[in-house]
Write a protein that binds this ligand. Structure first.
Ligand SMILES: C[S@@+](CC[C@H](N)C(=O)[O-])C[C@H]1O[C@@H](n2cnc3c(N)ncnc32)[C@H](O)[C@@H]1O
Length: 274
């Protein structure tokens, strides 16, 4: 690794007390090159000097490592397979069991669009059963700011662009230019801060024992190098109940092509633990 890149990494390591090398090489370089171009620095050396004297720039660079972009119903095929195949099969499986609670974890929920989309599907499915099923959804993220936003559940007009008019009407209240998630939906979710790479705890403490039927961990694995991805996948594997499901993103499907996982429907990004 060239010396100037190493210097930038050391600077971030000291400032943020975190091992920057856990991030995928391509992702690391892309972010640094982006800031070099934005700051109009000549090269790595020039940028390193600039970074040393500029706290705000260090924050800007660091924030690129924790991309928090998300959407309601982000992947339409995944959402459709979830709605029409996976959730109905989980519901039916539970109705034949003594322990009827369905347990779900959205493991990097950012500002909440992913778990709220899921709870809309769960509520709509529940409405089709005479005996509604109990379920619990735990939504976590490393970033406290994102969790605070998720708990508020207030979204801009742009943020709700994937939400159908029917769902908008049913699950949101409009206040001037923003849309707020209705209280009845909010209370179905348990939000907390949780780092998937934290060695001390294997699942969100509020969930107590894991044993999830479904874990959503989309658009996170790609941040990290192979060792860290495997660590996260291990955490998820151990938190899933037998025959549980994991949802990732399109770019992350490749990380699950092995003997431990089986995609339930081609290209769906939904994998069953085998
Ligand atoms: C791009 S967003 C993905 C949001 C959502 N899952 C989706 O697919 O739309 C990635 C989120 O992962 C979170 N994240 C990154 N590393 C994490 C970790 N080690 N533990 C928990 N969350 C993490 C970030 O804070 C960010 O909010």
């Amino acid at each position: 690794m060239e010396l100037e890149l190493q210097n930038i990494i050391n600077l971030l390591k000291i400032r943020y007390k975190s091992d920057v090398l856990m991030f995928d090489d391509g992702f690391l370089l892309k972010n640094i090159k982006h800031r070099i171009s934005e700051t109009q620095c000549a090269d790595m050396q020039d940028y390193h000097r600039f970074l040393e004297k500029n706290d705000l720039e260090a924050q800007k660079l660091w924030s690129l490592f924790y991309v928090s972009y998300t959407e309601f119903f982000r992947n339409s095929l995944t959402s459709s397979v979830l709605e029409h195949i996976v959730l109905p099969s989980l519901f039916l499986g539970k109705t034949n069991l003594k322990n009827k609670e369905l347990r779900i974890w959205s493991a990097a929920c950012a500002s909440g669009q992913e778990p709220y989309s899921l709870v809309m599907l769960l509520e709509e499915l529940n409405a089709t059963f005479t005996q509604p099923l109990n379920y619990r959804v735990f939504a976590t993220d490393l970033c406290e700011k994102q969790i605070n936003m998720a708990q508020k559940g207030i979204y801009s007009y742009q943020a709700i662009s994937n939400v159908t008019a029917g769902r908008l009407d049913k699950w949101f209240v409009q206040y001037e230019s923003v849309y707020a998630i209705k209280q009845e939906l909010k209370q179905r979710l348990d939000f907390s801060v949780f780092d998937l790479l934290n060695d001390k705890s294997a699942c969100p403490p509020s969930s107590i024992f894991g044993n999830f039927d479904l874990v959503m961990c989309a658009n996170v694995l790609f941040y990290y190098t192979k060792d860290y991805r495997l660590k996260i996948l291990d955490v998820i594997m151990n938190s899933l109940a037998v025959g549980g499901f994991l949802i990732v993103s399109e770019v992350e499907r490749q990380f699950l092509f092995n003997a431990h996982w089986q995609e339930v429907y081609p290209q769906s990004c939904i994998f069953k633990k085998v």
